[in-house]
Write a protein that binds this ligand. Sequence first.
Ligand code: UDP
Ligand code: MG
Length: 308
Amino acid sequence: MKISVVIPSYNEESNVPLLASQLKETLLPLCDFEIIFVDDGSTDNTLQQLKELNDQDKRFRFVSFSRNFGHQHALRCGMDYAQGDCVISMDADLQHPVELVPEMISKWKEGYDVVYTQRIDEARITFFKKLTSGLFYRLMNWLSDVELEEGTADFRLMDKRATNVIRNAHEPNLFIRGFVSWMGFKQYKLTYKAAPRHSGKSKYSIRKMIGFALNGITSFSIKPLRFSIIAGLLISLLAFAYSMYAIVLYLFYPEKAVAGWASVLVSVLFMGGIQLLFLGVIGEYLGKLFLQSKNRPHYIVQACSSNE
Ligand code: UDP
Ligand code: MG
């Protein structure tokens, strides 16, 4: 029995060595293991450190991307390279406690296919992160058809069966969190207290967070498209009612029927805004189809450990 741990790392030079030693210490008494670091186009010394780790111990493997492809692609690549009977994915910044790993493994041995985790004790997370993540989960659950629990990040164990499903998914922008919830299987939830980032800054800029959220929502639902129908219907009804009112006013109270430029302007602007909004929504889905049709590789590997 072998366990694979997959760790996406983007400019994490100050975290990688510590995490590697903690993981090794935890896993050594438990079972055979491999730890795969996926260097997501780091510009610091991350890759150098991964090479050194691999020189010391071949169980530390690495894959390095030709540029920054993003967290989700790095996770996916790690799963492609993993050779273990199950895959544990976790962040490189030590926010995901290594102490939880033995418990995850024991639940897997009990027969669960997926052991996912939920972050509690929000006091140790920054206010901004709490706000944006709370908003995201609420919006995601309201708009999409998969149920996501708040605070369930990409810290989970997945059995070989489950990782094979992800390996075979063809979506170019796979939203792994939603996909795992959609996939089913026997799942078990563990809770943990997130630690503050060990070192360095968050690698999720606001731009990346918005992209992540939009991708999550549009990957699992066509509800936003349906809203345009409902909004269109409502606005036409309003416009109809208003035109009735205008006709009545014109016929019975002509002295009051002053041509109001304000109402015209407001309705034109309103309609313009709504149309642009939903054009954007349609564009988002069209873009997804476009990307899928190109069938490009999900990531490009420029280097990997010698034992691949
Ligand atoms: N990450 C990555 N590529 C990116 C952004 C992030 O591989 O483009 C990795 C990062 O190194 C870390 C994990 O994804 O291991 C989570 O990122 P981070 O801790 O910055 O996000 P936060 O915890 O602030 O949500
Ligand atoms: Mg983090």
